[in-house]
Design a protein around this ligand. Structure first.
Ligand code: HEC
Length: 260
């Protein structure tokens, strides 16, 4: 007997009144496969997928990739790092068997095996049971993948000094950036002798500190340019006295301007 017999709901003309309910076929003659793929199985898969996706989104929101300083093409000592969710791949490429001569191993073969295994997953271990211990190959592969990703991520993150890295790569707020007069006669000298360490905006870089807001007189700067200071090697400047004067004048003018 039909439910609601004697009654017909005809609110939507696109739905035929004699439409059958979406009851899956009877699969009981295929032992172990007792579920309709569409929509029952797919719906469950999709739900699980959605839960993971939302979880990942929450994680990336809670730990956004840090905003670093302005990209500086002259800074050769900067080590770019991928965001945390790719750190494991980054770490993989540090191993000898996955780098240098074996780089194809790291970028093609190993990831290829991982994704290939995903593709093969439905064909491996396709016995009737659905409990984990009845699917040893799939479960084993999944645990192995999970363990390697977690381990590699941990290895990669543990070797980075995140605090000093963040300190060294602080974004420069636009207001604090000095206006650099590249037309200044001293700029060309600076560009040749000092830019590689002190950055193209005097903001400092991997090898040298910022030259903005320094507490040094023109004479001191000239001396430093010739003789170095602390960990700055001497003889960075090799030119005429006139060029040295222009260079110092340039650095001083940038400093005066930044004090305003
Ligand atoms: C090889 C990299 C390198 C080059 C090239 C270089 N410097 Fe330096 N400079 C440094 C380092 C490192 C320091 C920090 C020294 C210290 O305090 O131990 C420094 C410090 C300075 C200081 C002192 C900053 C302060 O806070 O008091 C001045 C001024 C300076 N450099 C000017 C120059 C000038 C001018 C040139 C170009 C002629 C130049 N530097 C080229 C690496 C460099």
């Amino acid at each position: 007997m039909h439910k609601g017999k004697g009654m017909k709901f005809v609110g939507d003309s696109r739905i035929t009144t004699d439409r059958k309910p979406n009851v899956p076929k009877d699969y009981s003659e295929y032992p172990g496969r007792t579920e309709a793929f569409w929509p029952n199985f797919l719906l469950k898969e999709w739900l699980v997928g959605a839960v993971f996706l939302v979880g990942f989104l929450c994680l990336t929101l809670a730990h956004p990739s840090p905003l670093e300083g302005m990209a500086d093409p002259t800074n050769a000592s900067y080590i770019p790092l991928p965001d945390w969710y790719f750190l494991f791949l980054y770490e993989l490429l540090k191993y000898e068997f996955a780098s240098q001569n074996y780089i194809l191993m790291g970028i093609l073969v190993l990831p290829g095996i991982a994704f290939g295994a995903l593709l093969l997953a439905p064909f491996l271990d396709n016995g009737p049971g659905r409990r984990p211990h009845q699917r040893p190959i799939s479960v084993g592969m999944m645990l192995l993948a999970l363990a390697s990703v977690i381990w590699l991520t941990y290895e990669s993150a543990a070797n980075v000094d995140w605090e000093s890295r963040a300190e060294a790569n602080k974004p420069i707020p636009p207001g604090e950036q000095a206006e650099i007069d590249t037309e200044h006669a001293g700029y060309a000298v600076y560009e040749n002798s000092c830019l590689s360490c002190h950055g193209d905006n005097l903001q400092g870089g991997g090898a040298g500190p910022s030259l903005i807001g320094i507490d040094k007189s023109a004479e001191e700067i000239a001396t430093i340019a010739k003789e170095g200071i602390g960990s700055m090697p001497p003889d960075q400047f090799a030119g005429t006295d006139e060029e040295l004067e222009q260079l110092v004048d340039f650095i001083v003018s940038v400093n005066e301007q930044s004090e305003e």
